[in-house]
Design a protein around this ligand. Structure first.
Ligand SMILES: [Zn+2]
Length: 486
């Protein structure tokens, strides 16, 4: 039972794990690296395996950092099946088409800029285009349903609810030699929208996400109160409230919470601009799959209500309309992507408002330390935005409880029913994973940090102290300064 990780090893994005089980090669997730130029350059590296030799791919959920390199794999020759749950297939279509559009547009912009500098040879080609995405979508097999065992390339696989976003699953694989659990991303049990993860059965090895393995989120009531207070304070200052948000799950959680807070009178009814066509499209899927959501949301959907529509909501379809918002006077809430502020429409809103003391920036998602959002959270005085230096004078609120990710208590609760598995850590900053090792040891569990690219035997002895050779552990406190999470 061997695994090689080509992403989300020592970092939280780019999830891609190659499993070799009884001679079969299964790839679990095929995500994009996100969060700054340095990480994103890794998207252009060659795949360290032959895509055509894979037996099958399984997707745990539709976030871009778990599916975003799939069209590239198809472009390079993969023609086999891609298994996922039905909501993951539906959301993956929205996510991948948007990603292709960004790839092509980004490339066009880079090329224009590089031509002026006489450096057009240095511009990397787009990773893929819409045509690659359509070929990819044709390979999707939405045959995974929670609790039902299926055979994937001869391996018995049981998906279970992960409680992270719509359709998100963790996987139990019956491999020769033992049972393996691949966690994908696990949900925050205090999250406002999704039902909790299903407690797992006993297994021999767990590959565990660790985005927030070093912290505890505030409970939901506390998070809601903190958000309401930040909104009321912002309204008093009569400025703009910017909420950078990922389009799937976070955007819907924020819309649902805004509607509740405005309907109950806890927050004044000011205009809400959802400046994210992708978030608007993704919201439609929530109407299809309401059974995965907490009872009040599910029941509202069954009654034909729209729990994601505050009465003052405006959606902003075109980028011209998005630009016009810059001239809008008076207080308003603007939700736009992307969540780490490294691109997308949020950038021009930041350029127009980040330097004003009356602006409030409410951060509800994980910010990788190298991203623009990470630098703002770390207290930068100025940041580079669309070719200009912009002062950070806005008030910055970080609300961690909106995270869609399990915190340390959630992860330990998840492990508590899984027997005494060997725990392999992925999808976390190195410092966070390192701090989690003694916590696992305290529970009598052997933990190991999964190395980048090198193969590991998931049923083997692991590493001394849980650290693979050559691993550099940053000093305590240097990692995981973001909040929220994808
Ligand atoms: Zn995710």
């Amino acid at each position: 039972m061997q695994m090689q990780s080509f992403g989300a090893a020592g970092t939280v994005t780019g999830s891609m794990h190659l499993l070799t089980l009884g001679g079969r090669q299964l790839l679990v997730d095929c995500g994009l690296f996100q969060g700054g130029d340095e990480l994103e350059r890794r998207n252009h590296e060659d795949f360290p395996f032959d895509p055509a030799a894979l037996d099958a791919i399984i997707l745990t959920h539709a976030h871009l950092d778990h599916v975003g390199r799939l069209p590239l794999l198809v472009r390079l020759g993969y023609r086999g099946p891609v298994y996922c749950t039905p909501p993951t297939a539906a959301l993956a279509e929205t996510v991948l088409l948007d990603s292709a559009r960004l790839q092509v547009e980004g490339h066009r912009q880079d090329l224009r800029r590089a031509r002026r500098q006489g450096r057009e040879d240095e511009v990397l080609p787009p990773l893929y285009d819409e045509e690659d995405v359509h070929r990819t979508l044709a390979l999707l097999r939405p045959h995974l349903n929670f609790g039902e065992t299926v055979k994937v390339a001869g391996v018995r696989v049981t998906p279970e609810r992960a409680g992270h976003i719509l359709g998100s699953a963790y996987l139990i694989l019956e491999a020769p030699g033992g049972r393996l659990l691949m966690s994908g991303d696990l949900g925050n049990r205090e999250s406002g929208l999704q039902l909790d993860f299903t407690p797992p059965p006993a297994v021999d090895a767990v590959v565990l996400e660790t985005t927030y393995a070093n912290r505890t989120h505030r409970d939901w009531a506390g998070t809601r109160a903190e958000f309401a207070q930040a909104l009321r304070d912002s309204v008093r200052q009569n400025g703009k409230i910017l909420i950078p948000s990922f389009a799937i799950e976070r955007a819907q959680t924020i819309l649902y919470t805004l509607k509740e807070l405005m309907d109950s009178g806890e927050v004044p009814r000011i205009p809400v601009f959802l400046d994210s066509p992708m978030a608007a499209r993704a919201t439609h899927e929530y109407f299809e799959y309401g059974d995965e959501l907490i009872p009040p949301v599910r029941d509202a959907l069954r009654d034909g209500e729209d729990p994601f529509r505050p009465s003052t909501l405006h959606t902003v379809p075109t980028s011209a309309e998005s630009q016009r918002l810059n001239r809008y006077d008076g207080p308003a809430i603007i939700m736009a992507g992307n969540g780490m502020m490294t691109g997308g429409r949020i950038q021009h809103h930041l350029k127009h408002h980040l330097w004003k003391p009356s602006t409030n920036l409410i951060i509800v998602s994980y910010q990788s330390p190298s991203s623009l959002g990470g630098r703002i959270v770390a207290g930068a005085d100025t940041v580079r935005l669309m070719g200009e230096d912009v002062a950070v004078r806005a008030q910055v609120h970080t609300i961690g409880g909106f995270s869609a990710h399990a915190d340390q208590d959630d992860l330990l609760a998840f492990l508590s029913t899984s027997g005494t598995p060997h725990v392999w850590l992925v999808h976390g900053e190195v410092g966070v994973m390192d701090a989690f090792l003694p916590v696992l040891a305290g529970r009598g569990l052997k933990g190991d940090i999964v190395p980048d690219r090198s193969p590991v035997d998931l049923l083997g002895a692991g590493f001394k102290d849980g650290r693979p050779p050559g691993l550099v552990v940053p000093p305590t406190g240097a990692a995981g300064q973001g909040e929220g999470g994808e």
